[in-house]
Design a protein around this ligand. Sequence first.
Ligand SMILES: [Zn+2]
Length: 326
Amino acid sequence: MASCQGTKDISTKSIYNPTKYNNTITADELKTHLYIVASDSMEGRQTGSAGQKRAGNYLISQYQKDKIPFPKGAQNYYQPVPASFLNARKNQNLSDSENIWAYIEGTEKPDEVVVISAHYDHVGTKNDAIFNGADDDGSGTVALLEIAQAFQLAKKEGHGPKRSILFLHVTAEEHGLHGSRYYIENPLFPIKNTVANINIDMIGRRDEAHAASNNYVYLIGADRLSSELDEICKTVNEKYVQLNLDYKYNALNDPNNFYRRSDHYNFAALGIPSVFIFNGTHADYHRKTDTPDKIEYDALTKRTQLTFNIAWELANRENRIVVDKK
Ligand SMILES: [Zn+2]
């Protein structure tokens, strides 16, 4: 019953087929962005550093180029996150930093907001070595740019999302999910109007368990609060992307506890249905060798497209997804 309902919603005539826009998400564009975001000149994007600010400037320049505005109610593309907040729990000597946001307003239900997030900070430099963080989380960072561009083109052609979409590049994930926590404690849009969070953190590589094929992705958390969110992930994947969805890390007793280890957790803790899209860890995880030449751009493209299609469905389906679990 439940899954039939999901399929029916997706094929309803009120939802324009997203394939055309999905196809604007390309390996070439992702690669171009990632070679910049994860370049040595960004110096590992340490929270509050000049390198992180340069990376942020690049993101903003791309939104401006695509005429994607900062959110309604904001002064600009930055949500300042003060050092006092970043160092409040434990003094990590972090400087003032910023979340970066962009926004596409919904055409029918603008007050309901889908948040797509990825952290754009990384761990900086150690002993003069630059930690480029191409997979972690340059991959999610550039995915957001491509997804936003696809939605913006759809809007321009009269197929804008019915609900609003907030593209949220959070800071200070590596130091304890601080940027996303700052957002949920200082939300621009009311938490009760926040429909869902899709969080991307590392989608450009493969792990050892998938040595034979990169055509997979781990989904974590999708079914914890909303059966519909999980159904949507599965249905749009089958219809548009055909990745193997791996639920191994979604197990409640998984010892890695990835469910609590990236930014979606701050949203989920407030009861917002959230899904974490992830490729697992690999030998270059949190090492200076996490560089853009090692990214598998075909896999990055498909996982970005999956995220786009989940967001498209969440933003366009007739009824907002409901929380039916605790
Ligand atoms: Zn990360």
